[in-house]
Design a protein around this ligand. Structure first.
Ligand SMILES: *Cc1c(COP(=O)(O)O)cnc(C)c1O
Length: 380
């Protein structure tokens, strides 16, 4: 089965009871047990629900994993993935420019429970291996990272994990399984904020974890059932609805992103453009050899802060908002939005300037999107 077919028919595409082409929403909390001496597939919807199950099978199929689980949000998925394998006393090595919510989870919650971490530049394999400790149990990776789209070499990461017996987790939100499947590179868990590209329509909050082995999947399911952070049947259905067009959206949005990145490079008031598809982008050759595409997020530095402000105040078609991955194009200002909680000195170290604007390319006409940026940039 080719990937385009897998998206629609890999799993969970039809209701097993009626053949309906859209899996029904089963809102039931509980299920009649005909014979209590026999274990049924479904007995209580926290533990298992047919609509969620169909989605989870779809997610596992998309990532070519042994098992998939759907959560109430991306951060719920990340929390479940980490706590399914780490306990008090364990340590993890984490991508330095990790998603803000993951940063908060590690620094203000998991450390309180005795799970410690070291942030490192995971684009540098030597630096990554250097911070592995005796009690390190996992490697948590995010690539392309936010907002500068830094690229990790997963081949090197697999080797490091192999040498030290680490479990590898990848936040695969930015590329979606359509462009990258971490498990095929020997990673153990692929995690998503399904709120973004998987859902694709800015109309739900959801998360996913897919595991390479059934054993790890069982550990994740234990946490899901124990902590009750699963996705509702209604949102499971909506997410499946969004996933059906994953290929069409990713292809078009990535093509739009490439076009916009190239146009931005030639504008006099743009000083730097970050897009993994550009040949000059650091790590371009690595992502080119490991992924099927470069995603639909582009960042750039305007020449001045005044210019960046003017763009944000005057755009019409771009929605100025946090989040990304939807069919409507979104423009965000990391310093005041996604990275506002990060100390200025830390931002500076990572190269996140106050002239930086992050774009998530949707499905509008790219000419209109560029014209909108140009016009708003000239209204100083
Ligand atoms: C949005 C996002 C998350 C968090 O997902 P939520 O669905 O908002 O909880 C995690 N990782 C990345 C890379 C994200 O962009």
């Amino acid at each position: 089965m080719k990937y385009a077919t897998r998206i629609l028919h890999g799993a969970g595409d039809r209701d097993p009871f009626t053949g309906a082409l859209s899996m029904p929403i089963y809102p039931a909390s509980t299920y009649h047990q005909k014979d209590i001496s026999i274990t049924q597939e479904y007995d209580y919807s926290r533990s298992g629900n047919p609509t969620r199950r169909a989605l989870e099978e779809t997610l596992a199929s998309l990532e070519e994993g042994a098992a998939g689980y759907a959560f109430s949000s991306g951060v719920a998925a990340i929390t479940a993935a980490i706590t399914s394998v780490l306990s008090a006393g364990d340590h993890m090595v984490v991508t330095r420019d990790v998603y803000g919510g993951t940063y908060r989870l590690l620094t203000r919650y998991l450390d309180r429970l005795g799970i410690t971490h070291t942030f490192t530049d995971t684009t540098d394999p030597e630096a990554t291996e250097r911070v592995v400790q005796k009690n390190t149990k996992a490697l948590f990776l995010e690539s392309p990272s936010n907002p500068l789209l830094r690229i990790i070499d997963f081949e090197s990461m697999r080797n490091i994990a192999g040498r030290h017996g680490l479990i590898t987790m990848v936040d695969n939100t930015f590329l979606s399984p359509y462009f990258f499947q971490p498990l095929r590179f020997g990673m153990d868990m692929s995690i998503h904020s399904a709120t973004k590209f998987l859902g694709g329509h800015s109309d739900l909050i959801a998360g996913a974890v897919v595991t390479r082995t059934r054993e790890l999947g069982d550990a994740v399911r234990q946490v899901q059932n124990t902590t009750g952070n699963m996705l509702s049947p209604e949102n499971s259905w909506l997410l499946m609805r969004g996933i059906k067009t994953l290929r069409a959206r990713m292809e078009m949005q990535a093509a739009g992103a490439m076009e916009i990145a190239l146009r931005l490079k030639n504008l006099p008031w743009v000083s730097e453009v970050y897009y993994p598809g550009l040949t000059g982008h650091e790590g371009h050759e690595i992502i080119k050899s490991q992924a099927g595409g470069y995603g639909a997020v582009v960042s750039f530095n305007a020449d001045t802060v005044t210019r960046a402000m003017s763009i944000m105040k005057n755009v019409h078609y771009w929605t100025v908002a946090v989040s990304l991955g939807g069919v409507e194009s979104i423009l965000s200002y990391p310093v005041k939005m996604s990275h506002a909680a990060m100390p200025a000195a830390e931002r500076e170290k990572l190269g996140i300037k106050d002239t930086l604007i992050r774009l998530s390319i949707g499905l509008e006409d790219t000419g209109d999107l560029i014209e909108d940026l140009e016009k708003s940039a000239s209204r100083l």
